[in-house]
Design a protein around this ligand. Structure first.
Ligand code: CMC
Length: 431
């Protein structure tokens, strides 16, 4: 530690001074806890609901610079990965920390491809859901149920066992996601086709009907590949934090990942692209865009798909998705809502209200349009997010398991309730 890499704090309650080390731009909460600590009193704590300024871990998985609009997985810019890589190669990179050699890649793809089938009893479990069950609820419970099929997964200290569960999870997510989709449509579940690539096989399980072999459009498979790469990780967001928090109890990875799916199910995390679609439909025509923008500026509502807690510049994923929109519409025909979206973006990017608040399109602004063009109902949007995010969750989980600094997640609280009350039995209270 260099000499001036410290923080001097004077506790005005006691006049005492403390010198706290600064490491990696952070101070340790444990050091803060020394301030004002006596035999009778706990030391100072940090109050940070929502972890808005608290680092919960050291991580080498994903780097984000929100001001500059930079996103990198293991140091590689998202733009390059989206253009030149595949989802499975990116998943390998996230999990292993480096790009695979040809042999490693082929072995990885082989392993994932041959774990795509799920136990028939799990299929029966899915079939037991109500006809209109939300596919995300089905996915969440079936991933949790996987832990009962692979009880050895509890042995998280064994690297080989860990690896096998990681392969199984990445391999089976598209199968479970596609079956959840088919369920609501009353269509038979389609078994994986291991001759196809990861995204082609997913499309086959989603859309195959009576044909002998499903023939996916390579442009759609590629667009899905790009969307999967963009959604693979996003450092310590709500669902990743859920995976890490639950994983810190040393539970098996299926249970930890199902916690991540549960977090993603919530509208504040995985649901914004659905809100964008609803907004575009409500606006209805390009002519109504200026009035809508005026309403947003007057505080009537938000321009959904704009703004981000971290990105104060164009979300790099939005730029890439915008390009994928064109590719998908070439196959499916143009979604008329696209014109409204483009006009909204054009006006907003020039308008003082949005410019001064650094509000730019985020990943959700265009993704809903693609998903709708691919004939997914809005309830499937979060499932399409959860499938690729699984590799990111697992990379973060793996890092957690091997991190000697990590402990079971257990935040402090500021207690605001009553104390030392005298309990009066119900028979007396209600007499
Ligand atoms: N439309 C209009 N005004 C906005 C918007 C918006 N979409 N977003 C923020 N603002 C305004 C906000 O009203 C505030 O104005 P003022 O200073 O006058 O009070 C200012 O911009 C700062 O906003 P904030 O709410 O303090 O920003 P935040 O970082 O807490 O919120 C956000 C980030 C994403 C929740 C918010 O921008 C938002 O609600 N956007 C719309 C929903 C959306 O698109 N969500 C998807 C996010 S990307 C998902 C992911 O990465 O996983």
């Amino acid at each position: 530690m260099t000499e001036n890499q410290t923080l001097t704090v004077r506790d005005n309650r006691t006049g005492e001074e403390y010198e706290i080390p600064i490491l990696d731009g952070t101070i340790r909460a444990g050091d803060v806890g020394q301030i004002g600590r006596t035999d009778d009193e706990p030391g100072l704590a940090v109050y940070d609901p929502g972890f808005t300024n608290t680092a919960s871990t050291r991580s080498a998985v994903t780097y984000i610079d929100g001001d500059r609009g930079i996103l990198e997985y293991r140091g590689y810019p998202i733009e390059q990965l989206a253009e030149k890589s595949t989802y499975l190669e990116v998943a390998y990179l996230l999990i292993h920390g480096e790009l695979p050699t040809k042999e490693q890649h082929d072995q990885w793809v082989h392993e994932i491809t041959f774990h795509t089938f799920v136990h028939e009893n799990l299929k029966s479990q899915l079939q037991g859901f109500r006809y209109d069950a939300h596919p995300m609820g089905m996915l969440l419970s079936s991933v949790g149920a996987l832990s009962t099929f692979y009880p050895e997964a509890r042995n998280i200290k064994d690297p080989d066992i860990r690896h096998e569960q990681i392969v199984r999870l990445i391999a089976k997510m598209p199968t479970l996601g596609a079956w959840s989709f088919r369920h609501a449509q009353g269509k038979p579940y389609v078994y994986p086709d291991n001759d196809l690539t990861y995204t082609e096989n997913f499309l086959s399980m989603l859309f195959k009907m009576s044909e002998q072999k499903y023939d996916p459009d390579p442009r759609l498979a590629k667009a899905l590949e790009v969307l999967f790469i963009l959604h693979a990780d996003h450092e310590q967001n709500c669902s990743t934090n859920a995976v890490r928090s639950v994983g810190s109890s040393q539970v098996d990875p299926y249970s930890a990942v199902s916690a991540g799916i549960a977090a993603l199910y919530g509208p504040l995390h995985g649901g914004a692209n659905e809100a964008v679609l609803k907004m575009l439909k409500r606006i209805g025509t390009v002519e109504k865009v200026p009035d809508f923008i005026e309403g947003v500026k007057n505080g009537d509502e938000k321009l959904m798909g704009f703004g981000h807690r971290v990105y104060k510049n164009y979300d790099p994923r939005a730029t890439i998705i915008k390009k994928a929109v064109d590719d998908v519409f070439e196959v499916t025909g143009v979604n008329p809502l696209l014109k409204i979206a483009v006009e909204l973006e054009k006006i907003a990017l020039e308008d003082e209200y949005f410019v001064s608040r650094k509000l730019y399109p985020n990943v959700d602004f265009y993704s809903g349009l693609i998903y709708e063009a691919l004939q997914f109902p809005p309830e499937m949007f979060t499932v399409l997010f959860a499938i690729p995010r699984t590799s990111g969750w697992l990379a973060q989980w793996l890092e957690l398991v091997d991190d000697k600094e990590q402990k079971i997640a257990r935040p402090k609280q500021i207690y605001t309730g009553g104390r030392q009350l005298d309990f009066v039995a119900a028979s007396e209270r209600w007499a």
